[in-house]
Design a protein around this ligand. Structure first.
Ligand code: SF4
Ligand code: SF4
Ligand code: SF4
Length: 262
């Protein structure tokens, strides 16, 4: 009996195993985590970190994980393999940031004749992979997404403990406008300046409109975001081409088109 209790005690002490894996990215989302400083280390101390190359460069042993966290876009065949392996060994797969969730800046290539654009970048294109850029959820099941470019680190602090308990958090379906108004900002639309805020998932503390810059939608469409109403509202502030070009910056354009075709 005593032995059983001892065994259970040890099992309870077992920390969840996590890995933070980077595909093709600028690694800015991982740096957003490091910017949390001691608060990040406090969160990490509740886990057994199997892989996070910004903190240590030990080889990932490939063991089973409670949470696999992936940043960046699966832009190469090797990335796709890494992603699928991570999914196989993780109870929960969590996406970190816009590149992984929405294709991000790399997805601009899809709209700019990717096959031809590469010739402007590389002198010799032979042997260079030039796959169509696709979001992580095209390859594997995703359990939760931290949106944004980069992610909102405060959101990580808020929701990561739930994930550690095996729970899937729900980000409230509210527009960027809610936080923007709460901060007392004058709405850009009132000055005939475009802003995607009403159709975009809030939670970033409205950082862009608070600096008088339009929200370009890096956190993605909110569930009930009304794309048609947004287009209509911006009709006199930007041309269709400007609307499309802006929506390409963070991989929003395909999501807008899908929503419009519903
Ligand atoms: S989402 Fe933005 S910050 Fe994060 S990896 Fe991609 S480009 Fe970098
Ligand atoms: S500036 Fe943008 S985010 Fe702020 S209230 Fe106006 S539309 Fe919404
Ligand atoms: S205001 Fe818009 S573009 Fe800026 S961080 Fe928030 S969601 Fe991203």
């Amino acid at each position: 009996m005593e032995k059983q209790k001892e065994k259970k005690g040890k099992k309870d002490e077992k920390k969840p195993k996590i890995a933070i894996v980077s595909l093709t990215s600028c690694e800015g989302c991982q740096f957003a985590l490091l910017d949390l400083g001691e608060r990040f280390l406090e969160l990490v101390s509740q886990t057994e970190m199997i892989d996070f190359r910004l903190l240590e460069d030990e080889e990932d042993s490939g063991e089973e994980l409670d949470i696999g966290i992936v940043e960046g876009n699966p832009a190469t065949k090797e990335n796709i393999k890494t992603l699928k392996d991570l999914r196989k060994r993780s109870k929960l797969l969590v996406v970190l940031g816009n590149c992984a969730a929405m294709g991000g800046i790399p997805e601009i290539k899809n709209y700019q004749e990717g096959a031809n654009t590469i010739k402007h970048v590389y002198k010799y294109v032979q042997g260079i992979e030039n796959l169509e850029v696709k979001e992580v959820d095209n390859f594997v099941k995703v359990d939760f997404t931290f949106p944004g470019c980069p992610i909102t680190a405060e959101e990580f602090v808020k929701y990561f403990p739930l994930l550690l308990k095996g729970e899937i958090p729900e980000i409230p379906d509210q527009p960027v406008c809610k936080e923007c108004r709460a901060k007392g900002n004058r709405c850009l639309l009132l000055d005939k300046k475009p802003c995607f805020g009403p159709m975009i998932q809030g939670g970033c503390d409205a950082v862009c409109p608070s600096s008088r810059m339009m929200c370009q939608g890096c956190r993605g469409l909110r569930k009930t975001g009304n794309v048609k109403a947004m287009r209509a509202a911006l009709k006199n502030m930007m041309t269709d081409e400007e609307f499309e070009n802006t929506s390409e910056i963070y991989g929003l354009r395909d999501d807008i088109e899908d929503r419009e075709n519903l």
